[in-house]
Design a protein around this ligand. Structure first.
Ligand code: SF4
Length: 192
């Protein structure tokens, strides 16, 4: 698979997920708090290289890859470098269109418990500020009365695109850095 084919395949998975999340938000009424972005401040967010390949490929084609690589290699910051704490608007992500799979899943997806049932995964702000809606949604998810994106299913879809670039999880800034290095190596090889 060429790099462009992989990026297209990843973006199709993201489009399908975004549609499933909209459907979930539609029936549950759950939503992010305007301007929040609190989940992005978590210092231990982990991601795969593949989920940031679309972002890295876009950086390459907009001639920003080396600038970002320099920022990422010179920081030991664990909080995502894409985050802008002072950004106005719905959230604090400066590259929302290119955010990773973990970013899309968090707040509006379910994990499968060891008993095989689904458990809604969301943030404390939603659980407390939208408590009634949350309790109802969590019950519907567990009883499989309504559909919800399942984390494992989406990681499996990325695995199917490229196993090597989804096998390991890295701290988010390292995952982004490795995605950029992967794209630069790909094109460097092709321009020899
Ligand atoms: S990529 Fe965007 S949504 Fe994901 S952690 Fe970084 S700032 Fe948050």
């Amino acid at each position: 698979m060429s790099l462009d084919e992989k990026v297209n395949a990843i973006e199709q998975v993201f489009e399908k997920l975004d549609a499933e999340i909209s459907q979930f938000q539609g029936w549950s009424g759950l939503h992010c708090k305007w301007g929040c972005g609190k989940c992005c401040f978590k210092p231990d967010i982990e991601a795969t290289i593949l989920e940031f390949l679309p972002f890295a490929n876009w950086l390459y084609h907009t001639e920003k890859a080396f600038e970002w690589l320099e920022r990422l290699t010179q920081t030991d910051e664990s909080i995502c470098l894409i985050l802008n704490p002072t950004q106005a608007g719905a959230g604090l992500c400066t590259e929302y269109k290119h955010r990773g799979l973990i970013c899309r899943l968090f707040g509006f997806s379910a994990r499968t418990t060891k008993h095989g049932s689904k458990e809604l995964v969301t943030c404390e702000i939603i659980k407390t500020e939208q408590a009634e809606l949350y309790t109802k949604a969590a019950a519907h998810v567990e009883q499989e009365k309504e559909s919800v994106p399942v984390m494992h299913n989406y990681y499996m879809q990325l695995h199917a695109i490229d196993y090597e670039l989804t096998r390991d999880f890295y701290p988010i800034n390292q995952a982004i850095q490795k995605a950029i290095e992967t794209v630069l190596a790909y094109y460097a090889y092709r321009t020899k």
